[in-house]
Design a protein around this ligand. Sequence first.
Ligand code: NAD
Length: 701
Amino acid sequence: MSGAWRITVAEGVGELIFDNPDSDVNVLTSTHLASLDRTLDELSERKDLRALIVTSAKERIFIAGADIREIEGITTPKDATDKAEQGKAIFKKLEDLPYPTVCVINGACLGGGYELALACDRRVASFSTAIKIGLPEVNLGILPGFGGSIRLPRLVGLLKGLPLILAGKMVTPEEALKNGMVDRLFPEKTLKTDALAYAVSLKGKGRSPRKKDLSTAFLEDTPVGRAIVYDKARKDVMKRTKGHYPAPLEIIRLVSRTYGRSGAGVYRLESEHFARLGTTEVSKNLIKVFFLSEKYKKHRWTDTPVKTDGVRRCGVVGAGVMGGGIAQLVSAKGLPVRVKDINDKALAGALAEAHKINQGALKRRRIKRHQLEGRMSLISTTLDDSGMGTSDMIIEAVVEDLGIKQKVFKGLSEITGPDTVLASNTSSLPVTRMAEVCRHPERVVGLHFFNPVDRMPLVEVIRAERTSPETIERTVLFARRLGKTVILTEDRPGFLVNRLLLPYLNEAAYLLQEGMPCTTIDRIAENFGLPMGPIELADQVGIDVGYKVAHILQEAFGERMKVASILEEVKKAGLLGKKSGKGFYIHDGKKRTPNPEVKTGSGSRTSAEDALKRMVYIMINEAARCLEEKVVDSAATVDIGMIMGTGFPPHRGGLLRYADSIGALPILKDLERLAKDVDAKRFEPAKLLVELARTGRGFHS
Ligand code: NAD
């Protein structure tokens, strides 16, 4: 026994068990790797073994990966190379054991964990839904450095292996069996005994070569074929990342140098390429974002603990774009949901939309047909209040009109018991005003989903003036049950995300108004790393929707959020964006061209650099105000909110992490200049920013 590793032997078959004594999770720290090294030395000497299985003593976790804190701590390329070389030397010892080895995957088997599995002769897993298998290193801006970048393509072939590493995809046991990442699946209950029998049945360490069809053989085994594969992979990566992420390109470079080759040299190359990534700012930012998102999965927002959300039945009022999406999501989590609307066409539309989303999941093999039917059977619809009164959580998603929402809340308050949470999905209206008309204002809360509901990972939970901590906690738990990351915001217009996003969209509209072409504006934002340019986004959201929220913010914050006149004109002309086929762009399927009906200025003299500053600094400045006003509790909440709510580029670490990388003083100077040259109100620096510039601190320090 050495540290977290122990060996047992029965009937000539050894079992190497990993059991981290200090945690519920198995993670490969350098201490655990060192003790594995000693254990493997001992195992390599043993003459009494005819096979070995490698198992985890943790329930439903094999090995979650290498220790990310240690990766974060890498400061020099030499440090990175040493770490990778040490790890792969240990896994080589596992690979070289003189008898067959079988890795028994009973749960999460990720990163370094799957690299260890790859060093075994065979891999088996159970059918458990807790199992995820993959090499997600690319998501942290690095590549698998313990031999995984070499062994996975070698095992499953270039055509399957390269995309798996490039996407950092985590697959189910069934998918892993299909693509060759594991060799056998056994029932969860008999996994270990079946694995033992399987290990004993192996004739030796070798395996017969994979059979390939002609086109696979051409693409994987000829220089021309491989060049085609690498070229396509490079183009796909550039399209997806615009070159902002060095890791996928480095992975392609590495695999193109190592695939089809053997010997120690290829492993050495892996360490070299790993070292090029291990110290990049992108990787450090991605790791910070990873820790941030882990933290916010569990973050406690109040001091009032509640055990469960108490939701057995859910209600949704308003069956439009959002209500339909929310109903689909709730039913997908196995909860019955009653949807009310005043319009039966809307109800039919919501059912059709839910069906379409489920069909998509069926097509991508995420669910089976009976699950689709099960989900749909959980959604019921009504034109009156029947069946709403028994809901434990009702989410209002009617039109963005305070009077209408108040009427809905008053009605709901009268037909529900004191334990039912009444939540509004409003984008910008005061939840406190909705609570005012209710019998129990303490159970009224905001629960702001983003569109499309099934795909956007964030929700804002909004604390109205009298919302009780218990209501907040129950709503947070409910949102987490739906798979969302939660941030808590105070009840101020636009909450956090829309309050920052709208000034950005508005600034883009000003740039357009001044004569900068919409395609140029969108390209500038995309080149910065945003998933979509602001003008395209405005068309996607719907000009009418954006217009309404923009006006609510203008009313609340005055001149500094004055809506660009071009938005007024486009709205007046009935150009509603993608949904009507015309907005700032003319939309024809996936194609879009600038709409000549939109009258802009002629020839803008603003540089791309200044355009970007205007759009991004206006958000940073507004975020500073949100912190001053305590709309949210911290810079970290702003960062996670903007990454998950708007797709703000994770490689920049988040809006305020990005601001810190530039420094408050240079941002302040630019804002002062823009206030002088462009608009005094829109660019008036926030007090907090001035203070940070004066004291030399950052938002995060
Ligand atoms: P929508 O216009 O698509 O749907 C609103 C639905 O409410 C319609 O089907 C309408 O018939 C129904 N309705 C109106 N009055 C009603 C009443 N008294 N009782 C029952 N149903 C009633 O609107 P949407 O885009 O789904 O937005 C709904 C809410 O969600 C708004 O508050 C909006 O601000 C917010 N929101 C929208 C988005 C978005 O991108 N669309 C994103 C986040 C939040």
